[in-house]
Ligand binder design. Structure first.
Ligand code: FAD
Length: 336
């Protein structure tokens, strides 16, 4: 059981900045994100794009902003659970919430901050019957959380975008056998990555099968082999594998958040703009996930919301104790 002052659901830019604002008020944070890394949309969708509307930065690459936010949060020793999705959120009593992930990890917190952006990025799955039987540690995964897991294994990656190409390049040296399967002849990923993959195939380090679709998945309890069909020649084959990693992209879904008793408006959580609290005391919603009159889904608006939320959360956790705000230029960044 992880215990913390504030559980932050979502490690996008707004969740990350909330660590800093909460830290100034001596509140410790634990963040949970379904993605394998911090950064939310910035790291997942547009890491190499420049952002022009972050105050004080005429231009900053999205990933650079995430790295800076992580560095800014570091003095406050945040802890993280990556690759897990918060499924249930229960209020036990005032100042006591229990959060449980899809993997069974539990977090006990005095305050919950939902910084879930557009929701969880859910993997797009290939349409192959019985695929779900091999999920959760039985051979099929949709993200690479720990590359070491694939050392000396027979691995098949399916997909033609940047993720599929990048992981094929990375895992080529680690795996015993690596097959990259793509339904078309042309890859959507960066041309440089396509060239690297083709060179690895030429050198015999990986096998690349184009115009090929996944058709069947076999195994008793764990994955044993994958059936494939060539869409041009109709030729079929079965390849023995230990792991199949379909990387067909991610699409955001509000998911379990819908079931937590919060007032929703379409796909967003209604909040009070005094402090970005929700209809449940002790639960706040900041960043893209919330809605109110004139809401702008901008990073800088989320940062402002994180500051107001932190002061309100402090009062909620410390009733009757007055906090006098001090500028960081006066108090510095006092760690704990
Ligand atoms: C292409 C593009 C360009 C953009 N350009 C700009 C720009 O120039 N300027 C600007 O200000 N904004 C821009 N934006 C918008 C900006 O990216 C968002 O406003 C910002 O990412 C919101 O941050 P967030 O932390 O609220 O949410 P997100 O970045 O969406 O992060 C939310 C995180 O919560 C996680 N999550 C959700 N539910 C759960 C759950 N149940 N359990 C565990 N984890 C969960 C998700 O996995 C995700 O990582 C752009 C967006 C896109 C797509």
């Amino acid at each position: 059981m992880i215990t913390t002052d504030i559980a932050i659901i979502g490690a996008g830019p707004v969740g990350l900045f909330a660590i800093f604002e909460a830290g100034l008020l001596k509140m410790r944070c634990h963040l949970i994100d379904y993605l394998p890394q911090a950064g939310g949309q910035l790291s997942e969708i547009y890491p190499k794009k420049p952002i022009y509307d972050i105050p004080g930065f005429p231009s900053v690459l999205a990933q650079e902003l995430v790295d800076n936010l992580m560095a800014q949060a570091k003095p406050f020793n945040p802890s993280f659970t990556f690759g897990e999705r918060i499924e249930s959120l229960e209020k036990k009593e005032e100042c006591s919430f229990l959060l449980t992930t899809n993997m069974g990890t539990q977090v006990q917190a005095k305050v919950v901050v939902i910084a879930g952006g557009l929701g969880c990025f859910e993997p797009r799955k290939p349409e192959v019957a019985g695929l779900e039987k091999y999920e959760n540690g039985k051979g099929v995964s949709y993200m690479v959380l720990d590359p070491e897991k694939y050392r000396n294994k027979r691995v098949m990656i399916a997909g033609g975008g940047d993720s599929a190409l990048d992981w094929a390049i990375y895992l080529a040296d680690l795996t015993k056998e690596l097959t990259l399967v793509h339904r078309s002849e042309s890859f959507r990923g960066a041309p440089d990555s396509v060239s690297k993959v083709m060179k690895l195939a030429e050198d015999g380090k990986i096998k690349v099968l184009v115009n090929t679709n996944l058709t069947k998945i076999n195994g008793d309890v764990i994955l044993k082999s994958v059936g494939l069909a060539n869409s041009k020649t109709n030729e079929e084959q079965v390849i023995d594998v230990d792991n199949l990693i379909p990387l067909f992209g991610l699409s955001p879904k509000l998911g379990p958040i819908e079931t937590w008793g919060l007032n929703l408006d379409k796909n967003a959580i209604e909040v009070n703009t005094d402090d970005y609290s929700t209809n449940v005391s002790g639960i706040y919603a900041i960043g893209d996930i919330n809605t109110y009159t004139n809401k702008l889904k901008l990073i800088l608006c989320g940062f402002h919301e994180a500051a107001l939320m932190s002061h309100s959360a402090y009062k909620y956790m410390n009733p009757g104790i007055k906090y006098t705000m001090k500028y960081t230029t006066v108090q510095g960044v006092n760690t704990f």
